[in-house]
Design a binder for this molecule. Structure first.
Ligand code: B12
Length: 270
């Protein structure tokens, strides 16, 4: 877009919607101050990453290590064993399965792991998550949500974790996958009669997909807000548009859904 057109648009926002203008400026400032930058990240060794992410419990860290090394059969065997010993499936997802993929992603980010390794770790983690979900199968349902990744974005590891934790907490999750256009989300939300939509994105370029989804839903289903998360999403960004709630982590999303079901509106979270 030509810069004079951009400035004209910004000026229109300043005059017609000062609150949105202020939120946009704040988001820009936080970016400038480095809040959203990856560049400052220190290079960390595998050993120190494992130390900071893995549980002190040897059985849990052994599952994390198997996820990290993409050993799906070992993940499945060890997760089954933990479940049969009565371990809480939600605890297993958060503290045994998730740390493995987190370390792998940090390694990839530093250039010390490659795409196939990420995909193998993801498959191994999903093997464990599936077992945890089976175990939780008979929880009474509290509500229904959609989970999706914004159009153009293929990053779905975080979205899968969020979906698993939502299910573990009594939500039926209609998982629409990744690279999903706003119109499809709105269509499905209407058809499935959901209480809330959980949208994520990890890239700056695909953030507009969340804005569009929130806007479309506001027109079609005004009671259904979009809980927005994922590494590219900040509270400042979510503050720049309506019908959306910033939910930083999977557990915050669960608590937010609990409140939405009780009747809280997106404005009550701002
Ligand atoms: C893994 C990864 C990939 C994998 C994705 C595999 C997959 N199936 O997801 C692959 C290798 C395919 C990939 C591809 C690309 N990637 Co990539 N990728 C990453 C990486 C290393 C990790 C992301 C991840 O999964 N983290 C682990 C999960 C668990 O964390 P998470 O997603 O943040 O989720 C947590 C929270 O955010 C939250 N959350 C997540 N989703 C949601 C949803 C809701 C509703 C809520 C409430 C919470 C929530 O809960 C989760 C658990 O705590 C990041 C760098 C990084 N460290 O973040 C880059 C990164 C996201 N990738 C990036 C880029 C640029 C790309 C490519 C364009 C690279 C390229 N040149 O080809 C392509 C994009 C293709 C596309 N169209 O999408 C950039 C994005 C930059 C930006 N800000 O725009 C990053 C930040 C790397 C970087 N430093 O530049 N990538």
């Amino acid at each position: 877009m030509r810069s004079d057109i951009v400035f004209e648009k910004i000026e229109t926002i300043r005059l017609t919607n000062p609150k949105r203008y202020e939120a946009l400026i704040k988001e820009g400032m936080s970016y400038e101050q480095g809040e959203c930058r990856e560049a400052d990240k220190k290079t960390t060794t595998l050993k120190s990453l494992e130390e900071s992410h893995f549980s002190k419990d040897a059985a849990y860290s052994s599952i994390s290590k198997a996820v990290l090394e993409g050993r799906k059969a070992d993940v499945v065997r060890q997760t089954k064993d933990m479940i049969s010993k009565g371990k809480d499936p939600v605890d297993l997802v958060s503290n045994a399965l998730m740390p493995g993929i987190q370390v792998q992603c940090e390694m990839y980010d530093q250039g010390n792991a490659y795409v196939p390794e990420i995909l193998m770790s993801n498959a191994a983690m999903l093997g464990g998550i599936e077992l945890c979900q089976e175990k939780l199968g008979d929880i009474p349902m509290k509500g229904k949500v959609i989970s999706f990744v914004a159009e153009g974005d293929l990053h779905d590891i975080g979205k899968n974790i969020v979906a698993a934790i939502m299910r573990a907490n009594g939500y039926q999750v209609v998982d629409m996958g990744r690279d999903v256009p706003a119109s499809k989300v709105a269509e499905t939300a209407e058809k499935e009669k959901v209480h809330m939509v959980c949208g994520s994105t990890l890239m700056s370029t695909t953030k507009p997909g969340l804005v569009e989804t929130a806007k479309l839903l506001e027109k079609k289903l005004p009671k259904v807000p979009v809980a927005c998360g994922g590494a590219a999403v900040s509270e400042h960004f979510v503050g720049t548009f309506d019908n959306a709630i910033y939910t930083k982590s999977p557990l915050i999303t669960v608590n937010t859904a609990n409140e939405v079901i009780k009747g809280k509106k997106w404005k009550d979270f701002r």
